[in-house]
Design a protein around this ligand. Sequence first.
Ligand SMILES: *[C@@H]1O[C@H](CO)[C@@H](O)[C@H](O)[C@H]1NC(C)=O
Ligand SMILES: *[C@@H]1O[C@H](CO)[C@@H](O)[C@H](O)[C@H]1NC(C)=O
Ligand SMILES: *[C@@H]1O[C@H](CO)[C@@H](O)[C@H](O)[C@H]1NC(C)=O
Ligand SMILES: *[C@@H]1O[C@H](CO)[C@@H](O)[C@H](O)[C@H]1NC(C)=O
Ligand SMILES: *[C@@H]1O[C@H](CO)[C@@H](O)[C@H](O)[C@H]1NC(C)=O
Length: 459
Amino acid sequence: MAQVCGLGLPLVLLVLPMVGTSMPGTVVRLNKAALSYVSEIGKAPLQRALKVTLPYFLDRSGEVLQPIRIQILNVHVLHFHLKFIADFGVRLLGASKFDFKVFRVPEPLELTMPVVLLADVRVAQGPIQTPMVSISACSSFFGNISTLDGSNSSSPALLVLLQKHIKDVLRNKLCLSISNLVQALNVHLGTLIGLNPVGPESQIRYSMVSVPTITNDYISLDINAVLFLLGKPIILPVDTTPFMLPYHVGTKGTMATVGLSQDLFDSALLLLQKAGSLNLDITGQLDSDDNPLNTSALGQLIPEVAHQFPESMPVVLKVRLGATPIVTLHTNNATLRLQPFIEVLAAASNSAFQSLFSLDVVVNLSLQLFVSKVKLQGTTSVLGDVQLTVASSNVGSIDMDQVHTLMGAVFEKPLLDHLNALLGLGIALPNLVNLHYASPKVFVYEGYVVVSSGLSYQH
Ligand SMILES: *[C@@H]1O[C@H](CO)[C@@H](O)[C@H](O)[C@H]1NC(C)=O
Ligand SMILES: *[C@@H]1O[C@H](CO)[C@@H](O)[C@H](O)[C@H]1NC(C)=O
Ligand SMILES: *[C@@H]1O[C@H](CO)[C@@H](O)[C@H](O)[C@H]1NC(C)=O
Ligand SMILES: *[C@@H]1O[C@H](CO)[C@@H](O)[C@H](O)[C@H]1NC(C)=O
Ligand SMILES: *[C@@H]1O[C@H](CO)[C@@H](O)[C@H](O)[C@H]1NC(C)=O
């Protein structure tokens, strides 16, 4: 029996991090429009990559062997098309025109040749949980070479030899060059797993957790997030369910469709709460003109306060969020529920603070979400009434009807300002260095959020 356990345990440990992880899920789906964009911005780098160097051509027509230098003057990629291949990756098709200069004596010769390139790019999951691309098949097809400027001084025999030389060289070099170009993309794709700051002591890191799903219409990447506070991962208390992104969500025809699970929001709020970022102190001295926080004002509502503080003293509210805020995602409607605990203290004469009473508060907020560059940001406003109940009192019984108006007015605005400043900092969405979301739109669905967006590469 002990033997079985001894064998079984390491197996469980191996399997556990894969299955039962509470890593909040996101899905990034890149649609056909994203491929069009890649082909658009990829044209110039492709042209540069195809401008390879050619070895000298050895002309044997004369009495002595004559090395002739050949240079690619220009590569024009006239047509560059990328398409998804289901369960595999992306096919690249490029139609181009190469212009050459042949440094022949007495006069140089300019030639042109059409070249068609075809390459299959496999998209896989790399060893460090990033997308990884590689060329699995590549071929080039050459048209006939002809003189560029109608120059007519070439002998057809030389042209045939030059054409053979150029094709032999390019057949190997072009595919190698494309392969290098594609390989180099992996460095960029690797930046997916970079740490992005969330607050001063917290970060978020994304990683691709499974092989991508590829259809003829899109590539879908399962990307999980881990939030860190002081270097330690934030783990949700409940087991998370794997997140799936339905197909028909967001804007049709968009480049990227990013699905964000409820778990991601729960984790972000848990992080804010654990970091203490949501706590704040509201003091009466700061803004003495319109801040009614002092013991004489309170004393008019609570006789015992007036009794204990014959002279008006400043009052401080310590707002603490012991419970994690709850976000609820319904179609077109995101709400946030905060349950702060507020301790009301008065400054005593000897610069110490004395607790007057404390309140349990429930406030419902409507949450608006938006994306700027790569960050998901939010802003809130109060929904309905703020619910206040007395948790404890050192000043006798409190008529909540009277105190409600005063307390509501005092803490609501500072709390909202504080919360909105935090949500305004935002949280990075899955991203790559230099790649931004362009004209993003946020949609709220039952239990998840979708960002439909274009992409913009900043060179
Ligand atoms: C290239 O030239 C050869 C011989 O003139 C001809 O048979 C062939 O069809 C031409 N190929 C193309 C792609 O034009
Ligand atoms: C090109 O050369 C051929 C003979 O080699 C000649 O018949 C023809 O007229 C020339 N054409 C031009 C445009 O110079
Ligand atoms: C206490 O607050 C009230 C406003 O609620 C204000 O009118 C009054 O001047 C304040 N008293 C002192 C001593 O600051
Ligand atoms: C959103 O949901 C909350 C709570 O269910 C509700 O009070 C509010 O009216 C809803 N808002 C909209 C725009 O549907
Ligand atoms: C907050 O919203 C919840 C759920 O919609 C509701 O049950 C509760 O009464 C609301 N509380 C306040 C104080 O508005």
